[in-house]
Design a protein around this ligand. Sequence first.
Ligand code: SF4
Length: 176
Amino acid sequence: MIPNVPKPASQLRLAGLEEESIVDGPGLRFVVFTQGCRNNCKGCQNPHTHSYSGGTVYEVEDLLSRYATNPLLSGMTFSGGEPFDQALALCTLADGVHSLGGDVVCYTGYTFEHILDLVHDEGPDSPRAALLDKADILIDGPYVEALRDLDLLFRGSSNQRILDRKARAEIAATLR
Ligand code: SF4
């Protein structure tokens, strides 16, 4: 069973922040790196993000205040660690970003199909279901060292996919 780390909707445990990035999605982006991941991808570049008790706890309101001060930002990116293990607070953050006119990119070490399985078990009102719905772009799949490709846009290995809402709907339709 993959954990969905319980946290207040108002707080996130983060490994770090990048307030201006051009490599984590389209445009200039504010990036939050969530703390905690059990995917154990061989060759992971961020092993310090794996512990669920490490990192620093941030208030979602504080993150939104920082985000709102930079008018050049296109949106916010949720990276990790595993964002889908802190889905509840990330939903609050995504709502705030959307209300400020930005878009949301969410990375995950899970495949989209696996998240659909989780959501099937957890229910349509679960935090993971909500986060899936709020992500304008999902970049999915574990990092696979054997498929590492430094030329890929926004990804580390060629199994990972950039899935907008339309692409996700098309995949989901094939699974019915
Ligand atoms: S999902 Fe990301 S953080 Fe987690 S082990 Fe894989 S590469 Fe590392």
